[in-house]
Design a protein around this ligand. Structure first.
Ligand code: NAG
Ligand code: NAG
Ligand code: NAG
Ligand code: NAG
Ligand code: NAG
Ligand code: NAG
Length: 373
């Protein structure tokens, strides 16, 4: 619970240049950044994770503090992405720069903002309709080259794992949200194609994509995130169909990650280096491990079999411990390397911090499941 609160606050951090939602008009961005700093420190310094109260607080001042945190979190309308969603004239093709994997990360963010607003009796419809427009653009990228699949970008040079795994997820999750059969058909069509595409190697891990001419697995890197986004898509398709073979298929990739892409039980991207000098992870790659943890959580959200959930709780708990032990600095920035102490190779960026944050949230959420189910 506490982690979830911290998460919402930190989500806010990323979108600090903001309007205060509909209530008081334009807010000064620096005021809100100071507000965020104070709020974060309030949580860090006083919030007691075991009691769910502020140390040395009072019932009514705690209530007021909770209200403040939520006021702050509602002030996200004018993040760059949020503003685009509220503007009915946004040219999404231009905004997304022809990239259909980027497009689908934006869909997931817009759905989350919409849900947050809707749950608080605010209008989330602009976020939903923008997500629908983007989804339709992605769905339009399906064709028969290599037997099916969506293209990764408008230039039609690559059919890859991530864009198609995301399409499985946005289609299946989109069906669960709107009950529109087109989405379910797309999800089924995507999994049928993806599972037979050859992109999953004999180890159970998905490689990056297909060689265009031959339509064979291109043998490129088995990134961590590819192994969990497919699982969250399969979890959503399972929720729609109750076909448990889909969960078995998800576990193939999740288990292969644990056996092949971790060092002593801690996720390690192939580009993660403790010392400086080698070929390190680029900005995109610095968030992949966190995406793995987040999508494992999304997968588990749809799994109703306790043994399938508890199977992963220790692993997620270990990611949490080692992010805190090795990756986090005293200012709560998180570096890119989790599996060993940083000797100059860990990288510091919003992507690396978000990655660490995702590990902490997923661990917190999954443990909660284990206790309450
Ligand atoms: C906090 O407010 C002061 C005074 O308005 C401003 O100069 C400063 O930039 C703000 N700090 C942040 C982190 O925005
Ligand atoms: C949380 O509150 C309990 C009960 O008052 C107290 O024993 C404990 O030390 C507090 N924990 C922290 C980290 O302040
Ligand atoms: C758009 O894509 C092109 C080609 O991939 C790239 O050079 C450019 O930096 C991208 N622009 C933005 C705003 O991301
Ligand atoms: C196609 O687009 C992708 C993503 O924008 C870019 O990385 C790639 O370099 C482009 N390929 C060509 C041949 O333009
Ligand atoms: C279902 O989704 C498709 C694709 O987004 C859309 O074209 C169609 O209008 C939707 N159907 C309904 C009944 O909303
Ligand atoms: C259940 O999923 C498995 C794995 O993808 C698939 O082979 C099978 O055809 C599905 N069963 C039904 C009834 O759709």
């Amino acid at each position: 619970m506490a982690l979830i609160k911290l998460f919402r606050l930190s989500t806010f951090l990323a979108v600090i240049d903001t309007l205060h939602a509909g209530v008081v008009g334009r807010q000064c961005a620096t005021t809100l950044s100071n507000a965020t700093l104070v709020a974060n420190q309030l949580q860090l310094h006083y919030y007691n994770h075991s009691t769910g109260r502020y140390n040395n607080g009072r019932l009514w001042t705690d209530a007021s503090s909770l209200e403040d945190l939520h006021n702050l979190m509602l002030a996200t309308d004018s993040s760059y992405i949020g503003k685009a969603a509220l503007d009915p004239y946004t040219d999404w093709m231009k905004f997304l720069n022809g990239s259909y994997d980027d497009a689908q990360w934006v869909i997931l963010a817009l759905w989350k903002i919409a849900d947050y607003k809707t749950a608080r009796s605010r209008d989330g419809s602009a976020y939903i309709s923008s997500a629908t427009k983007i989804y339709d653009m992605v769905a339009g990228q399906w064709d028969d080259t290599c037997g099916g699949g969506v293209w990764s970008s408008t230039n039609h040079t690559y059919k890859n794992a991530i864009t198609n795994e995301q399409f499985l997820l946005t289609s299946a999750a989109g069906y669960l949200r709107a009950n529109n059969e087109t989405y379910l058909e797309n999800a089924e069509k995507e999994w049928t194609w993806l599972s037979a595409s050859g992109m999953r190697g004999s180890s159970g891990l998905f490689n990056d994509g297909l060689k265009l001419g031959s339509c064979q697995n291109n043998g490129q890197t088995t990134w961590t995130y590819n192994q969990a986004v497919v699982a969250s898509g399969l979890g959503a398709l399972y929720a729609a169909t109750r076909n448990t073979s889909l969960l078995d298929q998800a576990e193939v990739s999740l288990d292969a990650t644990i056996s092949s892409l971790a060092y002593k039980g801690i996720l390690r991207e192939s580009c993660d280096l403790t010392t400086s000098g080698g070929k390190t992870c680029d900005h995109d790659q610095q968030i992949f491990k966190g995406i793995w943890t987040k999508h494992l959580q999304y997968y588990l959200d749809n799994v109703d079999d306790t043994s399938r959930i508890t199977k992963y709780s220790d692993f997620l708990g270990s990611q949490h411990s080692y992010v805190v032990k090795y990756a986090m600095n005293p200012a709560y920035d998180v570096g890119s390397v989790w599996y060993a102490p940083n000797e100059g190779g860990s990288q510091w960026s919003p992507a690396a911090s978000a990655s660490g944050l995702e590990a902490l949230i997923s661990a917190g959420k999954v443990r909660q499941y284990v206790y309450t189910r």
